[in-house]
Ligand binder design. Structure first.
Ligand SMILES: Cc1cc2nc3c(=O)[nH]c(=O)nc-3n(C[C@H](O)[C@H](O)[C@H](O)COP(=O)(O)OP(=O)(O)OC[C@H]3O[C@@H](n4cnc5c(N)ncnc54)[C@H](O)[C@@H]3O)c2cc1C
Length: 286
């Protein structure tokens, strides 16, 4: 196996163009598990850790936070938790402190597991993946990024440079069900983002379909029902209907982590709960 170590981003892109079969490695918390378990031996590893510019985050011209592919979950939580609360909550549930010190959102996107914890908040907030190759930069809306089970929209010569996420303009929550509290892959998960400035609702469903996905009908229903100006409590009927529509948007299967029926039930519960938490915060923010 070749081990490629570019020192700069330009060098990384040139190497990926030359060796499209090379597997990028950032934190290695997915890649090294695959290699250790002998699930396939890449012809080459492309180590992105020496590329210093990937470790930065910044605020882009469009006001979005541009989180470099090398920013760990730990740094995201500590440095961006106030501006990206949904993504930070999801990040806190990833693995253990050691995994969060190494693992990245870009690696989660690269792996594109339906159970990856960063996906629901990225969907709920309308993130954009900044992909790059020697051919140029491509902005991929998050809804177009996941193309199948563990498949994504990257071309063989492309690398993720950063993920661009709008700072929260309202309450955001993430909820995850696992068989225990820590070090657990989601049985299913859900994220909710309220966008009061445009009277909109964002959702993201994890581990309950071949790819992470939104629940557009539920978003539209809830945005029309919420009393954005008066901040009146959400009725039980509205909360129940929202939960039903979220559950209906999923397409779960029975597998080792849970049954289809349990996932459908749990999603409706998580949707109602996150709505309760988010609306309580919104009511307090007068
Ligand atoms: C013990 C343990 C517990 C875990 N718990 C969780 C959990 O609770 N929730 C969860 O979501 N995940 C979990 N994971 C999986 C893993 O930690 C995450 O998916 C993490 O986000 C991967 O990030 P990384 O930087 O380590 O990626 P890597 O392992 O370096 O890479 C992952 C994939 O992304 C690709 N890649 C990496 N960087 C780029 C780039 N810049 N451009 C293009 N492709 C790239 C790689 O080629 C690979 O396919 C766990 C893993 C372990 C070992």
């Amino acid at each position: 196996m070749d081990f490629l170590r570019p020192a700069t981003w330009a060098e990384a892109l040139a190497l990926k163009a030359e060796r499209p079969e090379a597997t990028p490695i950032q934190g290695g918390t997915d890649v090294m598990v695959e290699i250790n378990l002998d699930k396939g031996r890449p012809a080459a590893l492309l180590d992105l850790n020496p590329v210093a510019e990937l470790r930065d985050w910044s605020v882009g011209d469009d006001g979005r936070l541009r989180v470099g592919a090398g920013v760990s979950y730990t740094r995201l939580i500590e440095e961006l938790g106030d501006r990206l609360p949904g993504l930070a909550q999801a990040s806190r549930t990833v693995g253990s402190p050691q995994i969060r010190n190494r693992g990245t959102v870009a690696g989660n996107l690269g792996a594109a597991s339906p159970a990856g914890d960063s996906h629901p908040p990225l969907l709920a907030t309308g993130a954009v993946v900044e992909a790059a190759s020697v051919r140029g930069v491509r902005m991929i809306p998050i809804g177009e990024f996941y193309t199948g089970v563990k498949r994504n929209a990257l071309e063989p010569d492309e690398l993720i440079r950063a993920v661009r996420v709008p700072p929260a303009d309202g309450p955001q929550y993430f909820s995850k069900i696992g068989t225990r509290n820590a070090m657990v892959i989601a049985v299913c998960s859900f994220s909710l983002a309220l966008h009061p400035s445009r009277r909109a609702v964002g959702t993201g469903i994890g581990s309950a379909a071949p790819t992470p996905r939104r629940a557009p009908e539920a978003e539209e229903f809830l945005a029309g029902e919420l009393d954005w100006d008066g901040r009146a409590p959400v009725s039980e009927d509205t909360a129940r209907r929202f939960g039903e529509l979220v559950a209906r948007a999923a397409a779960p299967i029975d597998d080792v982590r849970g049954t289809r029926d349990y996932r459908v039930h749990a999603l409706a519960v998580m949707a109602r709960r996150t709505l309760g938490w988010a609306w309580r915060d919104y009511g307090r923010a007068i």
